[in-house]
Design a protein around this ligand. Structure first.
Ligand code: GRF
Length: 194
């Protein structure tokens, strides 16, 4: 049974879908949910599902390295086989990423390699794209650039705003991430294409 830790920064809607997917004959179980923001709404959702939680406030640490040293402690305690970044909004240093090389996943709200970084939906609309979507990828030292493990596409509709597009993409994120995690936890890296 693979042990999964999930890192969030906000409401954790993707985290909830991941937690709820890990049951029955699923090859993984969640062992911990952490956040860089003690006020992250997702922490209460995880606790309500009986999952241990922690928060390390990145604003309480003078450097990125100090924050990551603190973040590492609870993670090393539970010895996760897989880490899922789910709406986690801090950039992790190569040192931290290397510790979990090949077993840390992230979901990004664009069809990578298009639009790494922020404001992905506004950029897709601005560019006149007719399609958008989400990508789950392995986390590597380069931001939003690791091997792709899954993608889900949605149409960009006339009149879309960043918010309406984000809402359409989020529905697919909630389908994509659990499907990718289940396959990844079974040792299969074949991309999930929805
Ligand atoms: C989602 O758009 C996800 O792609 C991005 O953060 C947003 C919120 O995620 N990484 P969640 O609701 O906190 O899971």
């Amino acid at each position: 049974m693979k042990r999964v830790a999930i890192l969030i920064s906000g409401g954790g809607s993707n985290m909830v879908r991941l937690l709820d997917s890990m049951d029955g004959d699923h090859p993984a179980r969640a062992v911990l949910v952490g956040s860089n923001d003690p006020a992250a709404g997702g922490l209460a959702k995880a606790a309500g599902r009986g999952i241990a939680t922690f928060a390390i406030d990145h604003r309480a640490h003078a450097s990125r390295a100090a924050f990551e040293a603190a973040l590492l402690e609870p993670l090393l305690e539970v010895q996760p086989d897989i880490i899922c970044l789910a709406g986690f909004m801090r950039i992790l240093t190569p040192d931290f990423v290397r510790r979990f090389d090949g077993r840390m996943l992230n979901i990004h709200p664009s069809l990578l390699p298009k639009y790494p970084g922020l404001h992905t939906h506004a950029r897709a609309i601005e560019a006149g794209d007719t399609q958008a979507g989400a990508t789950v990828h392995e986390v590597t030292a380069d931001l939003d650039a690791g091997p792709i493990l899954g993608q889900a596409r949605v149409p960009v509709l006339v009149g879309d705003t960043a918010d309406t597009l984000a809402a359409r993409v989020l529905v697919q994120e909630h389908r994509l991430y659990p499907a990718v995690l289940r396959r990844f936890a079974a040792g299969d890296r074949t991309p999930v294409i929805l």
